[in-house]
Design a protein around this ligand. Structure first.
Ligand SMILES: [Zn+2]
Length: 179
């Protein structure tokens, strides 16, 4: 095969992979009624209890770079090619965040763009669940603390970022408290 032809084929392959990634992103945006990733990020924050956020891995020239900042997301340019999304959440009051769940738009496991949209939905659910677990491990109130101190002989104070929530707590109603 002539060299030019090989290069042409390689170019076509890269182009078609790019088209698949673009179609996957489009399906994710459509499934969430978002026009762009900045809006996707806003909706993720708004419609999850944990206030999840979305970052994007973009390809610029020969480099790639993760962008999480909402202003930067709004200022993405049309030729900033998006390769992957990342979903995570920081839990208020503690220095703990959920894992970052990556949706790779080039993932060959996605046989259809809808499967990419499902993967994004799953990532959001997992982040929501992890954030709730972190909250429940850390946001017990003073009455929660009293309960643990009496039942399992701890010396917790509550409202301190280390007291677990007591689900039957009459004070916080098993919701824990913000601090
Ligand atoms: Zn409580």
């Amino acid at each position: 095969m002539p060299r030019e032809w090989e290069e042409y084929e390689r170019g076509e392959e890269i182009k078609s992979m790019g088209q698949v990634a673009t179609a996957n992103l489009k399906a994710i945006l459509e499934a969430n009624s978002a026009d762009n990733v900045a809006q996707l990020n806003r909706y993720a924050y708004k419609y999850t209890d944990c206030g999840a956020s979305v970052g994007v891995l973009i390809h610029r020239g020969l480099d790639s770079e993760w962008i999480y900042d909402s202003d930067a997301l709004r200022n993405l340019k049309p030729d900033d090619f998006i390769m992957a999304l990342s979903v995570n959440s920081i839990v208020e009051g503690v220095d703990e965040g959920t894992d970052s769940h990556i949706v790779d738009l080039f993932d060959e496991a996605f046989e259809t763009p809808e499967m990419a949209a499902d993967a994004y939905a799953r990532a959001l659910e997992e982040v929501e669940k992890e954030a709730a677990d972190i909250w429940n491990d850390t946001h017990g109130c003073e009455t929660c603390a009293k309960h643990w101190n009496e039942t399992i002989e701890t010396e917790l104070e509550g409202d301190d970022g280390v007291t677990p929530v007591w689900v039957d707590c009459p004070d916080c109603g098993g919701q824990g408290s913000a601090f």
